[in-house]
Design a protein. Structure first.
Length: 213
């Protein structure tokens, strides 16, 4: 497989752009063209991939942006969707729907999953972070620049933690797992996981206090 990432142009600015000309084609013609492009992609045709990208990228970007409200996250989602389309193009069956419908469903599902991940992070911060660290206020507005900056600082401070605390916190913050899921993932008692997360968060509090003051 080729490096698909390099073939995906930047998506910034697509939200306000005009829809591609293919969207004005008759629905039946558009569906047939899309299906043929997927068939060619299944055979490794990079040109077909580029053509499909030109046809789908703007509406998929708009669909994801309406759900996420964040341009950077939207770009990540759309890039991921196109990688999936390339990798699974051979599995597409026109009898189960249109290629565009499949792409939209992938995009919406990925965007909704990203929203759920945001919520899990916010819940963990609200429930487990010491109140004097100040994250309880930011947890309700995870898409703000303030919270994003704090998240960056947290990621940096995580690197200095003992490996078992770092691992548990990474699964919570960046993997979106609950404490019960972390315990299962690490094959550790739930109480041990809770203690590791608590100790790690206390160390993060000390490391981040200069930035919080």
């Amino acid at each position: 497989m080729f490096a698909t990432h390099a073939c995906l142009p930047a998506l910034a600015g697509l939200a306000g752009a005009n829809l591609p000309s293919c969207m004005s084609e008759p629905a039946e013609d558009r569906s047939d063209i899309d299906a043929r492009l997927l068939q060619r992609m299944a055979g490794g045709d990079r040109t077909a991939f580029s053509e499909l990208y030109d046809r789908f990228s703007r509406p998929l970007y708009s669909a994801a942006l309406r759900i996420l409200g964040d341009a950077r996250e939207t770009e990540d989602i759309v890039h991921d969707v196109f990688l999936t389309i390339w990798e699974k193009s051979a599995a597409f069956s026109p009898g189960r729907g249109t290629a565009f419908g499949w792409a939209v469903t992938l995009t919406r599902n990925r965007a909704i999953d990203r929203l759920r991940l945001r919520k899990r992070r916010g819940e963990l911060l609200s429930a487990a972070v010491p109140a004097d660290l100040g994250y309880d206020e930011a947890a309700g507005t995870t898409d703000t620049l303030v919270f994003k900056e704090k998240a960056r600082l947290v990621r940096s401070a995580l690197a200095a933690l003992p490996i078992e605390q770092k691992q548990a916190l990474e699964l919570a913050f960046f993997g979106g797992l609950t404490q019960e899921q972390i315990a299962e993932n690490l094959n550790q008692p739930l109480g041990t996981v809770k203690a590791r997360i608590r100790r790690g968060l206390l160390k993060l509090r000390d490391a981040l206090r200069p930035h919080h003051d």
